[in-house]
Design a protein. Structure first.
Lengths: 309, 433
């Protein structure tokens, strides 16, 4: 009897101590093989100029120095930042507004609306990229046809060939794709807010806006922080959408006057078109640092750490 | 649990149904559908001449071929035996020491076989690096002007009288109706059409030594001439884009009356805009000066044999069969409209056949007559960058001209061009190879 209890305790002790490691093992193995090794190699590459895998010259910090004075990289950072800001302010505001609207209990057909707004996300970025390149096309594109019907203006506006219109077009396509997706997160968060808090606020005489400001926003803050961070990271990784929408038959075209050049697109051009893996790695690591810094800043600004402490 | 079951089932299925290994003797990658179709028709003939040999022709998307081939070279995995590379991408494969170029040096074979003298000389220039030839030119790609013959006639434009660009622009200003009809398809945001005009005038991105010449006087003068055609109040050109749908619509509606048409594009037009049959015609490009060069070049393809190829001699035989066999060239021309760079092939009877689509013109003969005048275009690993930078200059200059007109325009062109060239030079200077 005593032996059995001892064995059971030992098993329990072993399980408690080692089970987490067993569960973590698959991830750790995959991470070490497919992530850590390439990460280390790309870090080393960032200090070299390469020509294929066999020819490499160590150049110290030259790639990073060059990057700091490279006008194309500056343009890519600017474009990506503009897109990220638009994603944060326009996209997330719209997502939240839609979520608030579709969270109303007495709205008829709200499940249908939820599905409709989420559906674009099911088709993926490649489809959306191709679709919007058609929507903005001259002569037969939907946007031009509608404008022609409304204002009788010629149908030959080439939206994606105009440096001033490229970024708005990309933002619009991304809105269509992601507003519904983020709306789902906000909806989930809204449904988790305690109803009694609203009742109490109403008793205290709070109007709708005050309820939103003092009950809803604090209630959804943890989820909102996650969405903001994920949206920022996703925006800084923008590639496929711009690549496909701006593909005018010229490969890897970054739009007129580089107006659609994003950081990842620039990385791709250097790594896989020019074949300069070293410089591409430097761009990649700089992007990682930018994203990490922005994410930490956002989490710090949201006060998440303070509350956890 | 469901995921685990799915994993086990799919894993077991893959284990017992492995992807069959490619057993073809030679594998060839091409990025052009028309090339692929033509080679697939030609390959059985080669296989019959070489019993036991099989050739696998694979179509790899143009956007993917460069990155896939680079990755294949680097990883020494899945490298095809022969690859067709598009001209603007070719330079990227010649970076680094000559010994490390992934393609077989064809110079000696070309000398021994006599092809070096029988092929248009200018077509070797894009595929030559430090005096060594790494690619076999597939084409000459002389350029003509395709136009809506029916609309030209209706508008009273006599194509035979358009001898110079000045004649062309004069007529263009007469018939262009902004927003509805333009004389020609020229881009105001990319360098695609401008570079073709630069080649026509003897300019370009790089010279034979790989030195950058994109900011020389020829470029300045050409931009000053070109931009007022695509921007400002007297423009005669518009660009509906390169997408097939918009371009088809533009040709069909008479939105653009003419467009630059190298031999390869003439076939695409036949395929994509079949309803225009009999209404189209071709003419030589107008010259910049009377009696000057009436053509240029747009595009190109090389065939390279990779160093990973185990039977290089056989690959060389296949390359000759596909590129220089007279019978194959006749069949290829019928399939693609593409003129061979092999001069003795220009007397093939098929080239003299009238084409109903092009108002019964013998377009093969027309292209062949211009082929000797095709200017060289030199490439470098930095060609893509230079193209992109020149495109930015075009876009910026068009924007400036639209809002300021001639005031300060030349100074603006010079400043932007120098900036763009300096950016390319900075990248070139970092390259230690």
């Amino acid at each position: 009897m005593t032996v059995r209890v001892v064995n059971s305790n030992r098993y329990h002790h072993w399980q408690t101590r080692y089970a987490p490691y067993v569960f973590l093992a698959p991830f750790a193995l995959i991470f070490l093989t497919f992530w850590l090794d390439p990460l280390i190699k790309s870090f080393v590459l960032a200090f070299s100029i390469t020509c294929g895998p066999n020819v490499r010259v160590f150049v110290g910090l030259n790639n990073f120095r060059f990057l700091l004075t490279d006008p194309d990289f500056h343009k890519a950072v600017w474009n990506t930042s503009v897109f990220a800001m638009a994603s944060l302010f326009v996209q997330l505001s719209l997502s939240l507004a839609l979520a608030l609207l579709l969270n109303r209990r007495f709205l008829k057909g709200r499940n249908l609306f939820r599905l409709a707004f989420f559906t674009p996300n099911l088709v993926g970025m490649v489809f959306v990229g191709l679709l919007f390149s058609m929507v903005f096309a001259p002569l037969f594109g939907l946007v031009n046809q509608v404008l022609h019907a409304l204002t009788n203006q010629p149908t030959d506006t080439n939206w994606l060939f105009n440096p001033k219109l490229v970024m708005p077009a990309l933002v619009l396509a991304a809105l269509w794709l992601y507003v519904g997706f983020n709306m789902i997160y906000f909806l989930a968060a809204l449904q988790a807010v305690d109803r009694e808090l609203y009742d109490a606020a109403q008793v205290d005489g709070a109007n709708m806006f005050q309820q939103f400001l003092h009950v809803t926003l604090p209630g959804i803050r943890p989820v909102a922080v996650v969405i903001v961070v994920l949206s920022t990271i996703g925006s800084f990784q923008l590639f496929e959408l711009a690549y496909l929408m701006l593909n005018n038959g010229t490969r890897n075209w970054p739009g007129p006057d580089n107006s659609g050049l994003t950081i990842v697109m620039y990385l791709y051009q250097n790594g896989f078109v020019t074949g300069d893996l070293g410089y591409a790695s430097a761009v990649g690591w700089t992007l990682a640092l930018i994203v990490m810094a922005l994410s930490l800043l956002q989490i710090w600004l949201s006060g998440t750490w303070k509350r956890e402490a | 649990m469901v995921i685990v079951v799915l994993m086990l089932v799919s894993g077991s299925w893959l284990l017992f149904h492995p992807i069959p290994q490619n057993t073809a003797t030679l594998r060839l990658w091409t990025f052009a559908t028309v090339h692929c179709d033509a080679y697939k028709q030609a390959v059985p003939g080669f296989e019959a001449q070489h019993p036991g040999v099989t050739v696998d022709v694979e179509l790899v998307h143009g956007d993917a071929i460069t990155s896939r081939l680079q990755s294949a070279f680097w990883a020494s995995l899945d490298v095809p035996d022969l690859v067709e590379v598009e001209i603007s991408q070719a330079g990227a494969f010649f970076r680094g020491p000559v010994a490390d170029v992934g393609f077989v040096d064809l110079t000696d074979w070309l000398k021994q076989s006599g092809y070096l003298d029988r092929i248009v000389k200018s077509r070797f220039s894009p595929y030559t690096s430090r005096g060594r030839v790494f690619g076999l030119p597939h084409d000459v790609h002389p350029v003509m002007l395709a136009y809506r013959r029916d609309l030209f006639e209706r508008l009273g434009i006599d194509a035979d009288k358009l001898q110079t660009w000045d004649d062309f622009v004069h007529e263009g200003r007469r018939v262009t109706k902004r927003g509805h009809r333009y004389m020609i398809q020229f881009s105001d945001v990319t360098s695609q059409n401008l570079e073709m005009l630069l080649f026509q005038r003897g300019g370009g991105y790089f010279d034979a030594n790989g030195d950058l010449l994109m900011d020389n006087e020829i470029t300045v003068e050409t931009i000053k001439w070109y931009i007022p055609l695509v921007a400002g109040s007297h423009l005669i050109a518009s660009d509906p884009g390169a997408s097939d749908q918009a371009f088809t619509r533009a040709v069909e509606d008479g939105y653009i009356l003419s467009f630059i048409c190298p031999d390869w594009r003439s076939r695409l037009i036949e395929r994509n805009v079949p309803q225009m049959a009999g209404k189209m015609a071709l003419m030589p490009l107008p010259a910049f000066t009377r009696g000057g060069r009436r053509t240029s070049t747009w595009g190109g393809t090389m065939l390279g044999i990779t160093k990973h190829c185990r039977n290089k001699e056989l690959a060389w035989q296949l390359a000759q069969y596909l590129y220089f066999d007279r019978q194959q060239l006749a069949a290829r021309y019928r399939e693609t409209n593409i003129l061979s760079p092999l001069k003795p092939a220009w007397d093939l009877p098929v080239l003299r056949e009238p084409r109903p689509y092009w108002s019964d013109q013998p377009i093969g003969k027309l292209y062949a007559e211009l082929a000797e005048q095709v200017p060289p275009q030199y490439v470098s690993p930095f060609t893509s960058l230079a193209k992109e930078k020149l495109g930015q200059v075009v876009s910026a200059c068009a924007s400036y001209y639209s809002s300021h007109g001639e005031e300060g325009f030349e100074a603006f062109v010079r400043v932007r061009l120098k900036q763009a060239a300096d950016d390319v030079r900075r990248q070139m200077e970092r390259n230690p190879f």
